[in-house]
Each structure stands twice: as C-alpha cells, then as structure tokens.
Design a protein around this ligand. Structure first.
Ligand code: COA
Length: 244
C-alpha cells in the first residue's frame, strides 16, 4: 500500500448497493484474478471481435480483462452469469446494461488499471489516467480547460503541475462520461474546480501510484463511497447479497 493512498477493500460477503451509494472497483488488468479463459468465454461476439482487432497482445489481453471484469462485477450485483449480460449503447456510445434494475455504471482504463463505478438510479462517470509527461500540456490546458482551471494550473508549482493537470483532466472526463454526451459539451465550457453544478458531485480517486482518477455522479453525495478491489469478485460472486 502506498502512504497517503486509500485502501481498496475486498468486497464484503453481504455486498449491498443502496440508493445514494457509489461503489468504485479497481482492477489490475495484467493480473485480473480470474482465469483469462473465463473472461474470454463471458464476452459477446462483438466484444471478441473488438479484442481480435487489437494487434498488440498486451492491449488485447487488457481489453479482455476489462470487459470480462465489468461483466463479472455487474453480474454479481444483478445475480446473472457474466455471459448473459446484454448491453445497449446510446447515440454517443455510452453503454448501459439491459434489465439493470436501476443499476448504472461507468468504466475506464489506462495501462494496467481499470476502474468501474456503480450506482443505483443516478448518472455516473469514472475516469483513470496514467500520470505521464505531456509535451504540450500547457497548450492543451489553454485550449480545453476552463479559464479558472487554467489559471489554477499555471499557479501550481512545477513539480506537482503535471499531477494537477491529470487531476483536472480526469475530473472533466468523469463528468463528460456521466453526462454521456461525448464531446458535444465543449470541455472549456465548465469548471471542475468544485462540482460543475449543484446537481453534481465530483470525487478525486487515487487508483494507484502514478495514476489519477475521478468519479462524477448526479446528486449530492448521500450514501457511502466504497472502494473495492475487483480481484476478489470471482471467488465471492455466489456470496453477494441481492440488490436492496
Ligand atoms: C468516449 C470517451 C468516453 C473516451 O474516453 P477515454 O478516456 O478515451 O477512455 P476510457 O477508458 O476512460 O473510457 C472508455 C469507456 O467509456 C465508455 N464510453 C464510451 N462512450 C461513452 C460515452 N459517450 N459516455 C460515457 N461513457 C462512454 C465505454 O465503457 C468505453 O469502454 P470501451 O471502449 O472499452 O467499450 C470520451 O470521453 C472521449 O472521447 N474523450 C476525449 C478525450 C479528451 O480529449 N480528453 C481531454 C480532457 S481535458
């Protein structure tokens, strides 16, 4: 565990998602914790085709881990075998699970880390990015950040400016993903220095050393924000409690 980083817990045996709760799951995609064959078997024909189009074996196996883990997690809440889940997609590509009982989700991946955010009956978006040097970070910020965000970034001392850049970036992405409208909402038109509006909550996440993350959800935070380690999901699947 890294000092200053929150703990990602194994899910409790009686996992319950109440209205107002937000659950965020973390997966290490290179070692997802369930057999790769099981993950592959659970994917739809469309997901397998997408995986097969990826040339790099590393990208392919991370894609399979990401989609297989998403299915395992959603299946555990919905008490359905992962392979039986069906997804629909909005005009902007935002996925939703059919017969969801009000369950909403968002997924994001960067390198070895995948995040999955789950709620009941409220829009949610999650984003993770590896913190990495970006040559034209200042130009990107000038073009795509709100003036308040840009000024705050420029006031941030150099050693931590890159972390601040990715903190803002992931918050903006999480909000855009929760809205589900893609980039039809100009990124520079809203600020994530605080919640973008009274109807929204934004929480910074610490996915792992060297990664930034954020989750955005509709409504003020009412319930708990629980952080779970997904490597425990497969073995606990049969012990999870029904949705309340
Ligand atoms: C489509 C978009 C969600 C891509 O996000 P990304 O950071 O590249 O990738 P992530 O891993 O975080 O998210 C991808 C997942 O989001 C989901 N998704 C796809 N379209 C979505 C949409 N319109 N709304 C919400 N979620 C969406 C899917 O689950 C997708 O996974 P899949 O491709 O494996 O099926 C979108 O936000 C985008 O294109 N952003 C542009 C990036 C950018 O310019 N950012 C600058 C920030 S300052």
């Amino acid at each position: 565990m890294n000092p200053g980083h929150p703990v990602w817990w194994p899910p409790p045996a009686g996992l319950v998602l109440l209205p107002g709760d937000v659950h965020v799951w973390r997966a290490f995609l290179d070692t997802p914790g369930v057999p790769a064959a099981g993950l592959w078997e659970s994917l739809s024909g469309c997901e397998r085709e997408r995986a097969e189009r990826l040339r790099s074996p590393e990208h392919r196996s991370r894609f399979v881990a990401m989609h297989g883990m998403l299915r395992a997690i959603l299946g555990a809440y919905l008490h359905l075998p992962p392979g039986e889940l069906r997804f629909t997609y909005s005009a902007f590509g935002k996925p939703e699970v059919e017969n969801s009982l009000g369950l909403r989700f968002s997924a994001s991946r960067s390198q070895n880390i995948g995040l999955f955010a789950i709620t009941l009956g409220r829009a949610i978006g999650v984003d993770v990015e590896q913190v990495r040097p970006i040559e034209d970070a200042e130009r990107i910020a000038a073009a795509f950040f709100h003036p308040v965000e840009y000024e705050g970034l420029m006031r941030t001392p150099e050693p931590v400016r890159l972390e601040m850049f990715f903190s803002l970036w992931t918050k903006k992405e999480a909000y855009i993903k929760a809205l589900g409208t893609g980039l039809s909402l100009p990124l520079e038109s809203f600020s994530v220095v605080g919640p973008p509006s009274e109807q929204w909550s934004l929480c910074e996440l610490a996915p792992d050393a060297g990664y930034a993350g954020a989750v955005a959800f509709e409504g003020r935070r009412a319930g708990s924000l629980n952080l779970y380690e997904s490597s425990h999901i497969a073995m606990q699947e049969d012990r999870l409690a029904p949705l309340s």
